[in-house]
Design a protein around this ligand. Structure first.
Ligand code: SF4
Length: 411
């Protein structure tokens, strides 16, 4: 079990909400109705977005905290937040950066909940990991609840398949699910090392050519793309386990013959890109290079020229020839930032119908200012803490991943 410390479940009375803007029209971080924006309680004063002193207040609070605080900014965060980060990167890099700063009392994680959990697992018990808005979750991680995963394991046990199945979970999962994989001989993977992690898992389960299988959580697309494009398995070797259906909605014979049991989860941002959008750009801009994230659907990934993690995409743009033209299928904040960083290259966003990661964007400047000022005033707020037993087994799974050869960057 993991629990944010000291915060009651948020209840925003309907009467306290704005009577001017209907709830359905509230835009994240753009409404004047702070009560309905919070999602969770922010004791003290959450500054208004329109406060003209926000940037100065963030800098002042940051200076007051000095080395006591270390601010991490995920690639998908807004520029207004990234500006105040000590380091930026993907979630795993950031968790490792945090672990390398044992002198920092507070790790302020501008990312989403599962990332803050991973940072808590990898840092010392004396360090507090703070998520400026506790409602910043990840829809993909939320698609696999620990109770559902335990039920799925029982289905595999009932079919006599658990002994030849190794669970592998993507970093984008709760600490409880990482701990589940640790307990059951499995590991964690990132989008950069998914191939290595799957090869390792197949070795544990009886070899790629043997009768073993992998239960892959929670992103079906990363699992399928890696199994088919990197390991050479066929689409028929993969089945999708739907946690909302009895027995996962999979015929027992089909389950027994499957090499990859893919959890029915996906990223609500990357899952929206389409192969049509890729083809549309190819027609419009001959010679354009299309690069997408492996959380995209299989037909999108096969239509693209390159596929890789955010770190891969960042590096691809750094290495690109001046004058080259790129279409990128990943979160919009990163694509816009890359376009700004590389004015000598032409950068396009793959699909205008795809929006920002709404949960990532929960972290805005008012929440960051509120968290920093609270810490500077001696109030520890929004701490994300993983209980000892969960942290222990999650660490077992993470350590297995760290022992794998090759890169470990992700998302
Ligand atoms: S971009 Fe997708 S995987 Fe990443 S935090 Fe948002 S919902 Fe989760």
């Amino acid at each position: 079990m993991t629990a944010p410390v000291g915060l009651p479940a948020p209840v925003v009375p309907v009467a306290a909400r704005s009577s001017v803007v209907p709830d359905s029209l509230l835009l994240l971080g753009r409404s004047g109705d702070l009560a309905s924006e919070r999602g969770v309680e922010c004791p003290g004063d959450l500054p208004r977005l329109s406060d003209p002193d926000l940037v100065a207040r963030a800098r002042r609070a940051r200076a007051r905290l000095g080395d006591r605080a270390f601010v991490l900014g995920h690639h998908y965060q807004r520029d207004e937040v990234i500006e105040h980060a000590d380091v930026t990167g993907d979630s795993f890099k950031l968790a490792k950066d945090a672990a390398a700063r044992p002198e920092a009392e507070f790790i302020v994680f501008c990312g989403v909940h599962f990332m803050a959990e991973s940072a808590d697992i990898l840092t010392s018990p004396d360090q507090a990991v703070v998520l400026p808005d506790l409602s910043a979750g990840c829809s993909m991680a939320d698609m696999a609840a620990i109770g559902q995963v335990e039920d799925a394991w029982q289905v595999l046990e009932g079919a006599g398949l658990a002994e030849t199945t190794v669970p592998v979970t993507y970093m984008n999962s709760s600490a409880a699910i990482k701990a589940f994989t640790g307990r059951h001989g499995g590991t964690v993977c990132t989008s950069s090392n998914a191939e290595t992690a799957l090869r390792w898992a197949f070795e544990q389960s009886g070899g790629l050519d043997g009768g073993g299988r992998v239960l892959f959580l929670p992103d079906q697309h990363l699992g399928r793309n890696t199994a088919v494009l990197a390991l050479g398995l066929s689409l028929d070797d993969c089945v999708v386990y739907d946690p909302w259906k009895p027995g996962g909605g999979v015929d027992p014979q089909r389950l027994a013959g499957a090499r990859m049991v893919l959890w029915r989860g996906h990223c609500s941002v990357h899952g929206r890109f389409t192969a049509d959008a890729v083809e549309g750009y190819r027609r419009k801009i001959p010679g354009v290079t299309v690069v997408v994230h492996p959380e995209c659907r299989h037909d999108v990934v096969t239509a693209a020229d390159l596929v890789g993690s955010t770190e891969f995409i960042v590096q691809a743009l750094e290495r690109a020839e001046p004058g080259s033209e790129w279409v990128i299928g990943t979160e919009l904040n990163l694509v816009k930032r890359l376009a700004g960083m590389h004015p000598d290259k032409k950068v396009h966003f793959l699909d205008r119908d795809v929006c920002y990661c709404s949960t990532m964007n929960r972290i805005d400047l008012p929440h960051l200012v509120w968290a920093l000022e609270s810490l500077a005033d001696g109030r520890l707020v929004n701490r994300v803490q993983v209980d000892d037993e969960t942290a222990h087994f999650a660490r077992v799974a993470l350590d297995r991943m760290l022992a794998l050869p090759g890169p470990t960057s992700k998302d």
